[in-house]
Write a protein that binds this ligand. Structure first.
Ligand SMILES: Nc1ncnc2c1ncn2[C@@H]1O[C@H](COP(=O)(O)OP(=O)(O)OP(=O)(O)O)[C@@H](O)[C@H]1O
Length: 229
């Protein structure tokens, strides 16, 4: 598929540090196609999280554009952005951010409840997605009763439960051992094949990034020559 899902042009972000202006992102241009798995690789402080925040409409750039399916997200109100995130995007972070007092099923169902679905419909859909990530048997367990890898599987299920077009993942395996991290990448690749969901994954791990369809490198806020996997 070649239709463009998300695109940014000349994206820059500056922070003021006393008298200093700190340029954290500098004229970044990225295009993500529907169904694509794209990695952005960079060392700590290269601007990866800042980039994801801007692409997910969680922060505004100092300059540049962000378009989702051809629409200018920077012109949207806070409510429009919130609806868009709920309906079209899924987020996965380094730390799972599951709600500790709710079990896996309830955590996965949460975005659907927020989106207005009934509890019964939400739990039915959540159970389907938990099955896809191989966690049906753990559905009624609290996050504290799950391993780190299982928690990330639940977090991925929660990101996918609304059938988003795109998942933005910020170091989704940064807190896991190598073997578990590989398993999470396998899972994301198989979900991409099965559901057609696009993924943009930022990571410092080149080996994991090389498993995806394409990878780009961010260095001190600039995209440098990218590698295709
Ligand atoms: N709100 C802020 N105010 C000032 N500087 C910031 C702010 N947020 C981020 N920065 C700076 O921007 C730079 C990029 O940060 P960012 O978190 O995007 O990097 P990263 O590549 O995700 O790093 P890591 O892998 O360590 O999370 C860093 O130098 C950071 O200190």
């Amino acid at each position: 598929m070649t239709d463009v899902l998300l695109a940014c042009t000349k994206l820059s972000k500056d922070y003021r540090d006393g008298d200093h202006q700190l340029r954290v992102l500098d004229n970044v241009e990225i295009t993500i196609n529907s169904g694509e798995m794209l990695a952005v690789v960079g060392t700590s402080g290269s601007g990866k999280s800042t980039l994801l925040h801007l692409l997910g409409g969680l922060d505004k750039p100092s300059a540049g554009t962000v378009h989702f399916q051809g629409k200018d997200i920077l012109s949207w109100s806070a409510n429009q952005l919130a609806d868009w995130r709920n309906q079209q995007l899924g987020f996965v972070y380094q730390f799972h951010h599951l709600l500790p007092e709710f079990n896996a099923l309830e955590n996965v169902a949460m975005p659907l409840l927020i989106g207005g679905l009934s509890a019964r419909q939400a739990e039915q859909k959540a159970a389907e997605i938990l099955k896809l990530v191989g966690l049906s048997a753990r559905a009624l367990h609290l996050p504290s009763e799950l391993s780190g890898g299982e928690r990330q599987r639940v977090a991925i299920a929660r990101a996918l439960v609304t059938d988003p077009a795109l998942v933005l993942a910020d170091e989704p395996t940064g807190n896991l051992d190598d073997e578990t991290a590989q398993g999470i990448y396998e899972l994301m690749l198989s979900l991409n094949q099965r559901l057609g969901t696009a993924f943009l994954i930022v990571t410092h791990d080149q080996t994991l990034a090389a498993r995806l369809h394409r990878s780009l490198r961010l260095q001190q806020g600039r995209l440098v020559a990218g590698e295709s996997a």
